[in-house]
Structures are given as C-alpha cells and as structure tokens.
Design a protein around this ligand. Structure first.
Ligand SMILES: Nc1ncnc2c1ncn2[C@@H]1O[C@H](COP(=O)(O)OP(=O)(O)OP(=O)(O)O)[C@@H](O)[C@H]1O
Ligand SMILES: [Mg+2]
Length: 270
C-alpha cells in the first residue's frame, strides 16, 4: 500500500514531458475565392492528445494539410516549436521533409496501397522518409533490417494475416496508413479520422496505440467524427467552425457548450 503511494509520487506526471508544439499564425486558405481556413494564432500540442472537431466542411482536413504543407498557404506562417527549444519553419519546408522533423499525418482518404503488397508499401514508406531512392528499396538491407521487426509487430497487432497480400478494404488501408505513421516514429502526429469505418475492436486498438505514443512524449492531434473516441481519448478538445478554431477546453466543457451543441452536436446528443 505504502509502496504504491511512493511509486505514484515518484512517477513523472504526463504533463512534465516536454512536447513539441505547432504554431499556426495568420494562416489563410481559399478555394475559388472562398475562404475555408482563417486561423489567427493557434498553438497545438500543449496537451498530449488534442481532439479537433467540427461540422463537415469546417476546414479541419485543410488545416492539417496546411500544417503538412501538402496544401499551400495563401498567407501565414506555421512553425514547429521543438521540445528542446528553437523552431522549424514548417511552412517553408517541402512536404517530404516533414517526417524528418517528426511531423507525420495520417490521411482521411486513403489512395495508396493499391499497387504494392502490404509489406512493400510499408517498406517504401519508411525508405522514402529517409530520403532514399525508392527504386533502391529492394537492395536496401538497412531499411529492411531496421524496420522488419516493428512492421511485423504492428501487422500482427492489427490482425493482418498475410503481409504479402494487398490491402483490400478501406478499413485495411486506413490501418496501414496508421502503421505507416507509427513506423515513422512521430514526435507530432496528426490523425485525420483514423477510426472512420473501423469495427469497434480495431478502433480500441488504434486508441491504445495513440495513448501509448502520447505517454511516450508524442503530441497527437486527432480529427474524428466518432465522438466516443474524442471524449475518451482527448485531454483537450478544439472546436472548429467556418475555418477557425472558435473554442477549446476540456472534453466535458466542450461537450456541454451551447455553441458546440447548436453548430455540431445537436440537441439530445450523447
Ligand atoms: N482541393 C479543394 N478544392 C476546392 N475546395 C476544397 C478543396 N479542399 C477542400 N475544399 C473545401 O474546403 C472546405 C473545407 O473542407 P475540409 O475538407 O477541410 O473540411 P473538414 O472539416 O475536414 O470536413 P469533413 O469533416 O467533412 O472531413 C469545404 O467546403 C471543402 O469543400
Ligand atoms: Mg476532413
């Protein structure tokens, strides 16, 4: 009993882990003259797991793509604030340099994985992140050796029976995209609807992996319409509507907030 109490006091609380953060300043994006993201000053990564929620079309995916530099900014600046101090101007980096700084994003709509086997697509992903030439992957023993064990572990964890097969269902592709992100050892992970379409058992597995990552010091921002995932996973929830984050707070406060109920959750929500 006493030993337990001493142990708890000696443990480093999650909040004491220094995490990388991302700062978005004056970031605007329009499509065909219509502003879809307009973020004045937003810092992400203050808490281990942050949820980003809001109605369809609020700009959540676009904001994440702007952070990853896979959608260009009309104007503004996005910086990675390193845990060690100092910063990297993400908005000046090409997208393929992001993983080298630990910033990794899963995709809402998965388009890869059709032409390569499960195994090859994951090896290619880790090889690309190391700026290798993809055609050299077959002869790149170090890429293989370094990642083989971990790829096998993740595939087994998520129930992929045959790595030599092709990913077939949307759910399998979604999980593979998450495995790809995990293999890149992110320090800042952005997840865009990672559990959409997954059965409950696999949703739980994804959540467990996210919790582990966050406990190890990775900052996680997750967009998800399955609010059970958001309420049970997140330390803080940000509410986005019409291109801006208009509210943030702990999950319970956001869940009960009048504006969130009116604009998104609807009356009588869970
Ligand atoms: N490439 C594009 N070209 C034109 N319009 C776009 C493009 N990408 C996004 N939009 C528009 O920008 C707005 C914001 O879209 P975005 O995908 O960021 O919303 P979201 O919050 O992720 O929505 P959802 O919850 O449905 O995924 C939408 O009106 C969308 O139609
Ligand atoms: Mg989206």
């Amino acid at each position: 009993m006493v030993a337990d109490v001493v142990g708890a006091e000696a443990a480093v609380p999650a909040e004491a882990v220094t995490r990388p953060r991302i700062r978005v300043q004056g970031a605007v994006k329009s499509f065909s003259g219509r502003v879809v993201v307009d973020v004045d000053d937003l810092v992400l990564g203050d808490r281990p797991i942050q949820g980003l929620i809001g109605p369809n079309g609020a700009g959540k995916t676009t904001l994440m793509r702007m952070i990853m530099h896979s959608t260009s900014l009309d104007r503004g600046r996005i910086a990675l604030l390193l845990a060690s101090g100092g910063e990297v101007a993400l908005s000046a980096l090409p997208p393929n340099r992001m993983a080298g700084h630990g910033v990794v994003k899963s995709n809402q709509v998965i388009m890869d994985f059709d032409k390569l086997t499960i195994w090859d697509s994951l090896l290619l992903a880790v090889a690309e992140a190391r700026y290798e030439q993809p055609h050299r992957i077959a002869s790149e023993r170090t890429v293989f050796d370094r990642h083989e064990g971990q790829i096998r572990e993740y595939l087994e964890y998520f129930g992929f029976a045959d790595p030599a097969a092709f990913a077939m269902s949307a759910g399998e592709k979604k999980l593979l995209d998450i495995v790809r992100c995990l293999l890149l050892r992110p320090t800042f992970l952005l997840l865009d609807e990672p559990t959409a379409g997954l059965p409950e058992e696999l949703t739980e597995k994804v959540m467990a992996v996210v919790r582990d990552l966050a406990a190890g010091g990775t900052s996680v921002v997750i967009v998800e319409h399955d609010l059970n995932v958001i309420w049970s996973l997140c330390d803080e929830v940000l509410f986005m509507a019409e291109g801006s984050v208009i509210l943030r707070g702990d999950p319970q406060a956001i869940r009960e907030n009048r504006t969130v109920v009116e604009k998104y959750l609807g009356e009588g929500h869970v």
